[in-house]
Design a protein around this ligand. Structure first.
Ligand code: TRP
Ligand code: SF4
Length: 400
């Protein structure tokens, strides 16, 4: 089986805010110590919607990498790179496009939604329709086992899986595959060979997923197999094809959405955010001027935290004792709103403090960032080239 690997990307379309931190980066940071990770700046994806404003993309790309480093992405654990620096993504996108039915792209829910949401922009473009297919190429080219994404991206991951399956089905045919697979089965030794075939049958006839897992685990341990034979047997388990592209699994970001300054989800399009590295004075000001329970007009009016966006931030940033203090103080008009906001101000500043510190060396010396990205690009390129060799061969365009 192909090695465990995590791949995810973000579009560079402006400074990251705390919603990105709670919604995605924290998840990435956890994963980087558990698995080999590749995180990339999805600059081509940004251009699908910002094709008429490329300056934003260019400016945001390096800033976003600094934001990642500030948040705690560790370049000694994860590879950080820029999508367009690994042009193999585009080659795979093109090759996948040959066999991708238009309907698959048209029915992705984000497609019509986005066209409606960004009504001011003409998104009836070829590039925008192909967005999820490019995303599939981003992930499949690394044979990733996991893709950390938010809920909105689940249909894209589902499509990647369908694309991988279809690719293997069409192009994973190998001359004499069945015979080669059976020869590999014999190399397992008679006891394991028998078990393998039984488990395969259980999976094929009863859709028994446990049998599939068990057979896979057995193959992992089978020291007598060459890698080629092992891949064949993995492929043969599921059908009669080689596995060239791997079906990745979505890793949902479980974090609750971070509310913005107006109580709606923190989002760039609502202009209700606090940037990851926003300066202290501006953070203080933004929180101090946040709206509160509209019924609390005077200091002496009692309020209701359930109707107050500040309360939602307490739910993220405050401990139980503080939250208790808020509920009591608010409903009895015992505390004022500014007083109530202070722990949130403190919480946000405390969260940002180490981020400012981590970012500083990179701001002082941008060549450090370039070096990290160059290194990440090199690592990504090597992996992408390996996959592309197999893809070209499978599609009959390797000309060796
Ligand atoms: N579409 C993703 C988003 O908007 C960004 C992205 C591009 C991505 N390529 C990816 C995410 C590959 C995960 C894997 O958030
Ligand atoms: Fe909101 Fe706190 Fe004011 Fe109550 S006291 S309305 S929770 S800011």
């Amino acid at each position: 089986m192909y090695p465990d690997r995590v791949v995810s990307g973000m579009r560079p379309t402006g400074a990251l805010h705390l919603g990105h931190y709670h919604g995605a980066l924290k998840n990435w940071i956890r994963l980087q110590s558990e698995h080999p990770c590749l995180f990339f700046v999805a600059d081509w994806h940004a251009l699908t919607t910002h094709y008429d404003d490329p300056a934003v993309v260019e400016r945001s790309a390096w800033d976003m990498v600094i934001d990642w480093l500030a948040a705690g992405i560790d370049p000694s654990q994860a590879s950080i790179f820029i999508q367009s620096r690994v042009p193999e993504h585009a080659e795979l996108h093109l090759l996948l496009s040959m066999a991708t039915p238009l309907g698959w792209l048209e029915r992705v829910p984000t497609y019509k939604d986005q066209i409606e949401n960004l009504a001011g922009k003409d998104l009836a473009t070829y590039g925008f329709l192909g967005y999820p297919l490019l995303q599939a190429a981003d992930v499949l080219i690394y044979r990733a086992s996991m893709v950390p994404v938010g809920e909105d991206q689940l249909p894209h991951v589902e499509m990647m899986r369908e694309i991988a399956r279809r690719f293997n089905h069409i192009y994973g045919r190998e001359k004499g595959f069945e015979e080669k697979a059976m020869a590999a089965v014999r190399k397992l030794g008679s006891k394991r060979a028998k078990l393998y075939l039984e488990l395969r049958t259980a999976y094929h006839q009863e859709g028994d997923d446990e049998a599939l897992d068990q057979a896979r685990a057995m193959l992992e341990d089978a020291g007598s197999l060459s890698n080629v034979d092992r891949e064949r047997l993995f492929g043969y388990l599921q059908g009669s094809r080689k596995i060239i592209l791997v079906e990745p699994e979505a890793r949902l970001t479980e974090a609750a959405r971070l509310p913005g300054l107006d109580g709606r989800k923190m989002s760039k399009s609502y202009a209700n955010g606090i940037a990851l590295r926003e300066d202290r004075a501006s953070v203080v000001k933004k929180i101090r001027t946040m709206p509160t329970d509209p019924a609390r007009v005077r200091r002496t009016d009692p309020g209701d935290p359930a109707r107050c966006p500040v309360w939602q931030l307490h739910e993220v940033y405050s401990d139980a004792a503080t939250r208790d203090w808020v509920v009591k103080g608010c409903t009895s008009a015992g505390i004022g709103c500014l007083e109530c906001k202070q722990p949130v101000v403190d919480g946000v500043l405390a969260e940002q403090e180490p981020m400012h510190e981590r970012a500083q060396p990179y701001l002082d010396d941008p060549s450090l960032v370039r070096a990290i990205v160059a290194d990440g690009c090199e690592r990504a390129l090597k992996l992408a080239q390996e996959t592309m060799r197999d893809v070209r061969e499978a599609m009959g365009i390797s000309y060796t």
